[in-house]
Ligand binder design. Structure first.
Ligand SMILES: Nc1ncnc2c1ncn2[C@@H]1O[C@H](COP(=O)(O)OP(=O)(O)OP(=O)(O)O)[C@@H](O)[C@H]1O
Ligand SMILES: [Mg+2]
Length: 245
């Protein structure tokens, strides 16, 4: 479904990704791992064509979106549910208004229908009681749940994209969010989780990519990842081994 074909991209002169080729099927559960600044978020932005590659092509479901116009991209982006890394909620809007935002924007639902849908989504992620709170009144875990509820609104996503969905959460809440991610990702639906927390990647993904110096230096399953002798991966995994001790 996702095809990055020999993609190179940089902000300015320094390349962030170099000749990255990557195919992800619609029902795969993939984790993109790597240190800070290695280009993990950049890959998600390329998939959504929020940025355009300097060279190479990006295709979604066989459609080349590299040069696609914004109006057409809307249709492509609707295939994905996205939880972004940075401040996923609008601070000045209540939980209800945050979740309702996409429904108002993209659907023709009445106020009553929107209210019912918001409550349903908040129930799915387990924070219905927070409906009238403002974002700064929420704990980290609740904040993430509301962000996930908002990402589910209005769409029937074919694939879930999570950028650091568990970063900054305590271990118990991180595990709960992983559980929620697994529950939401029904049979036949895929996901990409971008994270530097190996333990959470292992909870939700079956295929692992590792980014280093602008390149995908590893692509394999859990056993291959845990058995890798690439020094950068070994060092990266040490954090995880430390966590489970
Ligand atoms: N809008 C931008 N303008 C300029 N440089 C950027 C921009 N966004 C990201 N970068 C740079 O591109 C590189 C890759 O960024 P990216 O956000 O993809 O990293 P990441 O792997 O997601 O890191 P993190 O784990 O910290 O989220 C970094 O060096 C970053 O500083
Ligand atoms: Mg990032």
């Amino acid at each position: 479904m996702i095809f990055l074909d020999d993609v190179t991209f940089g902000y300015g002169k320094r390349p962030v990704l170099q000749n990255a080729t990557l195919k992800i099927a619609a029902d795969e559960r993939v984790a993109i791992l790597g240190g800070s600044g290695e280009g993990k978020t950049t890959i998600l932005k390329l998939v959504l064509r929020l940025i355009r590659p300097d060279s190479g092509r990006v295709s979604i479901d066989g459609t080349d979106i590299t040069e696609m116009a914004e109006e057409e991209l809307r249709e492509i982006r609707r295939k994905f549910s996205i939880v972004f890394q940075e401040g996923a909620l609008f601070d000045s809007l209540s939980v209800k208004e945050n979740v309702a935002f996409c429904l108002r924007e993209f659907s023709k639902m009445t106020e009553e229908q929107i209210d019912a849908k918001v409550r349903e989504l908040l129930r799915v992620v387990g924070v219905e009681a927070a409906i009238n709170l403002m974002p700064d009144e929420l704990s980290g875990g609740m904040h993430r749940r509301v962000a996930i509820a908002r990402s589910l609104a209005a769409f029937e996503p074919k694939m879930f994209l999570y950028d650091e969905a568990t970063t900054g959460l305590d271990p118990v809440n991180a595990e709960r969010i992983c559980h929620l991610i697994n529950e939401l990702c029904k049979e036949g639906t895929g996901l990409i989780i971008v994270t530097h927390k190996v333990i959470d990647a292992l909870r939700v993904a079956g295929r692992f990519l590792f980014l280093l110096n602008g390149r995908i230096v590893f692509d394999g399953n859990k056993d291959a990842l845990l058995g890798s002798d690439n020094p950068a991966i070994v060092e990266f995994l040490n954090e995880f081994r430390y966590e489970v001790k």
